[in-house]
Ligand binder design. Structure first.
Ligand SMILES: *[C@@H]1O[C@H](CO)[C@@H](O)[C@H](O)[C@H]1NC(C)=O
Ligand SMILES: *[C@@H]1O[C@H](CO)[C@@H](O)[C@H](O)[C@H]1NC(C)=O
Ligand SMILES: *[C@@H]1O[C@H](CO)[C@@H](O)[C@H](O)[C@H]1NC(C)=O
Ligand SMILES: *[C@@H]1O[C@H](CO)[C@@H](O)[C@H](O)[C@H]1NC(C)=O
Ligand SMILES: *[C@@H]1O[C@H](CO)[C@@H](O)[C@H](O)[C@H]1NC(C)=O
Ligand SMILES: *[C@@H]1O[C@H](CO)[C@@H](O)[C@H](O)[C@H]1NC(C)=O
Ligand SMILES: CC(=O)N[C@H]1CO[C@H](CO)[C@@H](O)[C@@H]1O
Length: 541
């Protein structure tokens, strides 16, 4: 039973704008980490020792969502079956069965990853509200098999930021505007906005996001998080609302490298429903062990490249100073730092690949629906719906991205698409990061996360981002066109390790070593808004 007084006190503290960081939390009198800091290992040991149950955990997370969602709009839906699933997993555990490393652990999903249950999968659009899929997305099936509780769906930039040229990060017609937790009215970045915010303040253990170009790494950095943007094809996209089959990928957004690695392990692997997964170079039953790869001394002997000529001359001096300090930290930890310039320092990244893919890939997703309440079968249908449905806020938020995709007049089966795709592969490959890695025999490249996404995106290569630093407490506030705070006091930024395709094991090893040396997240400033309901408010009553 929730302690109502406690909940109300917490809610009013938040309304008054008081930072309410709980500390020294206990469960049944025993010290236990706050849910903003808790790890999978912490939860697994609390669950297996009987300190609390998954039902307690779901109750605590649902109460936390209720505390902050009226302000942050990070969560779109809570799974109405979450408590029943938790009770079932508690019963299995009591009977001696654990399904896997995520047994009884609540995870949130970006609202473009479909589940065959009572929840919707909308990309934040009323066009898809009420639509049904034939089965769980492969990712979700794998999470359930590992024992995870799908706690709910997170808000996002609508259509994963593939609709409008003048919308805002984290806005959807269904969920409204998501805000980041490190400063009032903060731009959460996107498009996995709600996943980043939820993971940053512990509305679940972690969340999944998706990335076409920057949509995991960018909101991860704004949430002071570890984000893995896997190689395209390492994780299945079946029944994930697409932008681009050539660039889309799904990965974890978590608070520690180890938690992110555990979740990646659960979701990686081949899927006959997604042909790109057949590029996985490992034997089916011999996927890498991403958790065993973690090594606190993993930087010793590593060759790390810095693409000097691809770093932006306009990069923030605060971020760049932190970046060069991080490079020095890696060197001090035994890494060899190599100058690894790109042969094409600033490519023309104007490309029709996403637009042409979207025309084909969206139609393919819609054709999978077993119930399609608004009868949308193509991009043209979705565009017509959006422009005529008032809550979609057209024309204040336009459909310029779709207008351009449709104006192409062709899709990704056309030879003109092939030309552009090859050009992209050159910019990301020989002319960009993959060429620099191969020529210099590197384990990874490093870049500030705000500059890392584009080159990896066009070639489907992986990135692991983790906390690098924060803007100083007296930093002036800057705002985007719709008034969101884009930078300001204590707003976090990240460091990216970029690697060859399917090199996640190496990237995670390096990121873990850097994390353990620096502990930037735990030592840094806390969000301005943190729910203060903890497991102890539920366990033992
Ligand atoms: C999904 O959308 C339908 C239609 O609006 C709504 O009735 C239902 O409550 C939603 N599901 C959840 C879990 O919120
Ligand atoms: C995968 O490729 C095969 C052969 O090209 C094709 O028949 C099949 O439809 C593809 N499957 C998907 C899910 O795209
Ligand atoms: C790499 O690029 C930087 C910046 O453009 C330049 O100063 C440096 O000389 C280049 N290094 C090599 C080895 O070409
Ligand atoms: C950039 O690429 C696009 C797409 O191929 C092309 O239309 C445009 O002319 C190019 N721009 C420049 C400056 O080369
Ligand atoms: C893609 O283009 C081909 C060739 O014009 C066409 O036959 C096909 O219907 C198009 N597919 C979609 C989803 O628009
Ligand atoms: C967004 O763009 C459309 C035109 O494409 C315009 O009508 C609308 O006013 C713009 N909204 C804002 C807030 O600028
Ligand atoms: C779970 C939850 O709080 N959902 C909310 C998402 O945002 C919309 C619009 O702001 C609310 O109506 C929902 O209640």
């Amino acid at each position: 039973m929730a302690r109502l007084g406690n909940l109300l006190a917490a809610a009013s503290a938040i309304w008054l704008g008081i930072t309410s960081v709980a500390s020294g939390a206990t469960v049944k009198g025993k010290p236990f980490p706050d849910l903003i800091d808790v790890t999978i290992d912490d939860l697994a040991s609390g669950l297996s020792s009987g300190l609390f149950t998954s039902v307690d955990l779901v109750n605590a997370y649902v109460a936390r969502i209720a505390q902050v969602n009226p302000i942050l709009h990070a969560v779109l839906e809570v799974n109405p079956d979450a408590l029943a699933i938790a009770a079932d997993l508690d019963a299995k555990r009591a009977a001696g069965t654990t399904l896997g490393p995520l047994h009884g652990i609540p995870i949130l999903l970006k609202d473009n990853i479909a589940t065959a249950d009572k929840m919707n999968n909308t990309a934040g659009s009323f066009a898809l509200l009420g639509a049904k899929v034939p089965r769980d997305s492969t990712l979700v099936a794998k999470l359930r098999k590992a024992g995870a509780i799908i706690l709910g769906k997170t808000n996002l930039s609508q259509w994963a930021n593939y609709r409008s040229s003048n919308s805002s990060n984290g806005w959807t017609a269904i969920g409204g505007q998501t805000y980041g937790a490190y400063y009032p009215n903060m731009d959460p970045s996107g498009s996995s906005s709600g996943s980043g915010v939820s993971s940053s303040i512990g509305l679940a253990l972690a969340a999944l996001g998706s990335e076409t170009s920057g949509s995991i790494v960018s909101p991860s950095q704004k949430g002071n998080l570890v984000g893995i943007k896997p190689t395209v094809g390492l994780t299945s996209r079946y029944l994930v609302i697409p932008i681009s089959s050539h660039q889309d990928t799904v990965g974890p957004m978590a608070r520690t490298v180890k938690d992110a690695a555990i979740i990646l392990q659960a979701i990686a692997g081949r899927d006959r429903h997604d042909n790109y997964t057949s590029a996985i170079p490992f034997d089916c039953d011999k996927m890498p062990d991403y958790v065993a790869a973690l090594d606190a001394n993993g930087l010793a002997g590593a060759r790390i490249g810095v693409p000097y000529n691809a770093l932006s001359a306009n990069g923030s001096p605060t971020e760049m100073a932190a970046f060069w300090a991080a490079v020095k930290t890696m060197q001090d930890a035994g890494a060899t730092i190599v100058s690894a310039n790109f042969t094409v320092p600033s490519p023309n990244t104007t490309s029709i690949v996403l637009g042409a893919d979207f025309v084909s890939d969206l139609a393919a997703y819609l054709s999978e629906l077993t119930y399609n309440p608004n009868n949308v079968h193509s991009l043209a249908d979705v565009r017509a719906f959006t422009r005529s449905f008032p809550a979609e806020q057209f024309p204040d938020r336009n459909t310029a991205t779709w207008d351009a995709a449709l104006a192409l007049g062709y899709n990704n089966t056309d030879v003109r698409f092939w030309n552009d795709l090859q050009r992209n592969y050159y910019f990301g490959g020989e002319g960009g990061m993959l060429g620099a890695i191969a020529r210099n025999g590197l384990d990874a490249l490093v870049m500030p996360t705000s500059q890392s996404a584009g080159r990896a995106a066009v070639v489907g290569a992986p990135i692991v981002t983790l906390p690098l630093g924060f803007y100083p407490g007296n930093w002036p506030v800057t705002r985007s066109s719709r008034g969101l705070v884009t930078s300001g006091p204590k707003v976090p930024f990240g460091l990216s390790f970029l690697g060859a395709k399917f090199s996640e094991e190496t990237l995670l090893k390096l990121a873990y070593a850097y994390e353990q040396k620096t502990l930037t997240r735990v030592n840094g400033p806390k969000p301005y808004i943190v729910p203060n309901v903890e497991i102890g408010d539920f366990a033992g009553f």
